[in-house]
Design a protein around this ligand. Structure first.
Ligand SMILES: CC(=O)[C@@H](O)[C@H](O)COP(=O)(O)O
Length: 259
């Protein structure tokens, strides 16, 4: 399987996991291990060496081959996101930053203007910038132009489990993009992750669907398999769609054989 390239890094897994909302740190760690993911996103406040029960950095750092991508969730402006990114790099040593700027806690939609502003500055500072964005092809292109390593359009609202409601816009982003397109947020089931990969996404980012599953580790593995299946199906070449039936065996030959 080809590798996912993000900045100077390559990953064989195309499933990125979020680490919030799990019932316990051990449930999260089991899910991360089961999924085989090599890249996880962690909220800045979970880098907390002083309070062991709140700290995810320590336990995640023990997993071999895992790269951490701190995120700026909680930031409502570019200024706050940039400050969070600087602290996160200091604490984690990771060059990755998931820029997540949502000023309204009721819908958590990303602010496109503040996101662009923050990404432009952070990319110039050498971060591997991964912005969480509305499914807007114009914004996606603008972010690519300022040096983002990927664009991460939402499938639907964070934590909503409404799936790929932005599919048609994501397809346009994929068609226009020269950087990896990663669907981030809103996925509920592995089949949706598979569909995103078949559509042309280079990876998917999932958190809630795994974290709130009855068995998070089993769900993480199911997502990993679905992502791989979708990627392999796309590479194998999906058949074209037809508006009408196309017989599998031509009926004329069948009638001919019975005479
Ligand atoms: C942790 C994280 O980054 C989430 O905010 C992300 O956007 C995933 O969304 P879901 O929880 O809907 O999968």
């Amino acid at each position: 399987m080809d590798s996912l390239r993000l900045g100077t890094y390559t990953f064989s897994s195309r499933l990125i996991l979020g680490t919030g909302k799990f019932s316990s740190t051990s449930a999260m760690i089991k899910a991360v291990r089961a999924s085989g993911t090599q890249l996880v996103t962690v909220a800045l406040r979970r880098f907390n060496r002083e309070q062991a029960e709140d700290d995810l950095f320590g336990p995640l750092s023990e997993i071999e081959g895992l790269t951490l991508m701190p995120n700026t969730s909680g930031a409502a402006t570019a200024k706050e996101a940039i400050k969070a990114a600087h602290i996160a790099r200091e604490l984690s040593g990771s060059p990755f930053i998931k820029v997540e700027i949502h000023p309204n806690p009721h819908h958590l939609m990303p602010d496109p203007i503040e996101t662009w502003e923050a990404c432009k500055i952070l990319a110039a500072e050498g971060f591997i910038v991964m912005p969480y964005i509305p499914a807007d092809p114009v914004l996606a292109k603008r972010l690519e132009e300022v040096g983002c390593s990927s664009v991460m359009p939402l499938g639907s609202a964070i934590g909503s489990g409404q799936g790929l409601s932005t599919a048609e816009m994501v397809k346009i982003i994929i068609r226009e993009s020269s950087v990896p397109v990663i669907v981030d947020a809103g996925l509920r089931s592995p089949s949706e992750a598979c569909a995103a990969m078949e559509m042309g996404c280079e990876a998917v980012l999932v958190n809630s669907a795994v974290a709130v599953a009855r068995d998070p580790a089993a769900m993480a593995l199911a997502f990993a398999k679905a992502v791989e299946a979708g990627f392999e199906a796309r590479n194998a070449g999906l058949m074209p769609r037809s508006g009408s039936a196309v017989a599998t065996s031509p009926l004329t030959s069948f009638l001919g054989a019975t005479r």
